[in-house]
Design a protein around this ligand. Structure first.
Ligand code: SF4
Length: 60
């Protein structure tokens, strides 16, 4: 999995806007908790990395 979420950069206090950014619906979130990426869906396109205002998504 090339995408990593850097948990200490994510404020975990709001619905993650990236849920609507991912073209393959690979990002989910329980409430306002840390988002989770489904590695069986993720195509490693890097779109979430570009859109995350907190810089919490990292593409290796
Ligand atoms: S890299 Fe692309 S496919 Fe994977 S979670 Fe981010 S936006 Fe979705």
């Amino acid at each position: 999995m090339a995408i990593k979420i850097i948990s200490n950069r994510c404020p975990q206090n709001h619905r993650c806007p990236l849920l609507h950014v991912c073209p393959v619906d690979a990002i989910s979130q329980n409430g306002v908790g840390l988002p989770v990426i489904d590695e069986t869906k993720c195509t490693e396109c890097g779109k979430c990395v570009r859109y995350c205002a907190m810089g919490a998504m990292h593409l290796k």
